[in-house]
Design a protein around this ligand. Structure first.
Ligand code: KG4
Length: 328
């Protein structure tokens, strides 16, 4: 089965051709990072306009690279939330038009499910049930993936998403946007010298704003501070919180397969610390680095399982900017 995955929730216009939910035939990503860099973050209106300009070109390229035509597509699967409403609408409207013209099923995909599904492409043996540690620019959640289309959020951030904290720290210390990869790089030359305060909850929720503010205040009071040490100390603090909660999730559910997902799961330090959890009974899966951040292939993979589950959208599918993981 050939699924056309369409992603436009933030600043990447991406269209992919995915076979049977696990194999990428093409995955074209047109990033707007260069455009938004000068503003220090994504400007929603500019993002929407650039998606409109890019979407047909990116789709055409995806078909060419996969060596297929529009007629060969079985399912059209756009991400319809969560994300920036104007940006999402571009992918959703394009998909609606295609589905109507080609008389093919339209399957709206939750962008967060897409991040999880990036792992189905990377690891052909991976099947639910598992616990997903989803860490991205807009979300931080622990999700119990009971089946491909049956998920329950066990805990989530009460304030900043972890990616937001990375981006804010990067901006304050002058690294620019997007900050996560830059903090990652700089941290690799540093030593952990600072013990930042962490917020703990009874349940599996997170808070990153305290750690973020502590990093920013320290940098403000002490501008000469070694930035590499600051970055790795920040990474250590946020990773400890992730590991603490994932350990609780394992105890609570008895599920010992852990899957990382989302843009921040590309982080070298976080990947390394999760690897250390692996033992005879605990198995850790990490997405391919190229599939951590937003892309159409992950949407196509999730769309495949939604289609098999019978979740066909109507022709008036709309963008849902605050779509939750357990909604479809
Ligand atoms: O998953 P994603 O592409 O967008 C959302 O769906 O939210 O994630 C983007 C986020 C940004 O905050 C970016 O700074 C962060 O992922 N990121 C990283 C790394 N690569 C991307 N954060 C830390 N280390 C990285 N290597």
């Amino acid at each position: 089965m050939i699924v056309l995955g369409i992603e436009s929730s933030c600043d990447e216009t991406s269209v992919a051709v995915v076979k049977d939910g696990r194999e990428i035939l093409s995955n074209i990503i047109d990033s707007q990072i260069k455009i938004h860099e000068q503003y220090g973050g994504v400007v929603p209106e500019i993002a929407s306009r650039n998606h409109i300009e890019a979407i047909s070109r990116v789709a055409k390229k995806a078909l060419e690279e996969a060596k297929i035509t529009f007629e060969d597509i079985d399912v059209i699967a756009p991400a319809y939330g969560p994300g920036l409403v104007g940006a999402l609408l571009v992918g959703v409207s394009y998909a609606r038009g295609l589905a109507y013209t080609l008389k093919k099923p339209l399957v709206g995909v939750n962008h967060l499910e897409g991040h999880i599904a990036a792992n189905y492409i990377t690891h052909k043996d991976l099947k639910p049930p598992f616990i997903c540690m989803l860490t991205s620019g807009g979300n931080t959640q622990i999700i119990h993936v009971k089946d491909y289309c049956d998920m329950k959020v066990l805990g989530k951030t009460r304030d900043d998403a972890i990616g937001e904290a990375f981006d804010k720290v990067a901006r304050v210390i002058g690294l620019g946007y997007p900050g996560g990869p830059k903090v990652d790089k700089l941290a690799q030359q540093g030593q952990v010298t600072i013990d930042f305060p962490k917020t703990h909850f009874e349940n599996l929720d997170f808070s990153f704003s305290g750690i973020k503010t502590a990093v920013i205040n320290l940098n403000h009071k002490n501008p000469e501070i070694n930035k590499s040490d600051l970055c790795i100390s920040f990474e250590k603090a946020v990773t400890e919180v992730l590991i603490e909660n994932i350990t609780k999730a394992i105890e609570q559910t008895g599920v010992k397969t852990i899957v990382l997902a989302g843009g921040v799961s590309a982080n070298t330090y976080i990947r390394g610390e999760f690897e250390k959890l692996e033992n005879k009974s605990i198995k850790i899966y990490k997405p391919d680095l190229k599939l951590c951040t937003d892309n159409g292939a992950m949407i196509g993979a999730a769309g495949y399982y939604r289609y098999l589950n019978g979740n066909i959208s109507t022709s008036v599918l709309n963008a849902v900017p605050n779509l939750k993981i357990d909604e479809i």
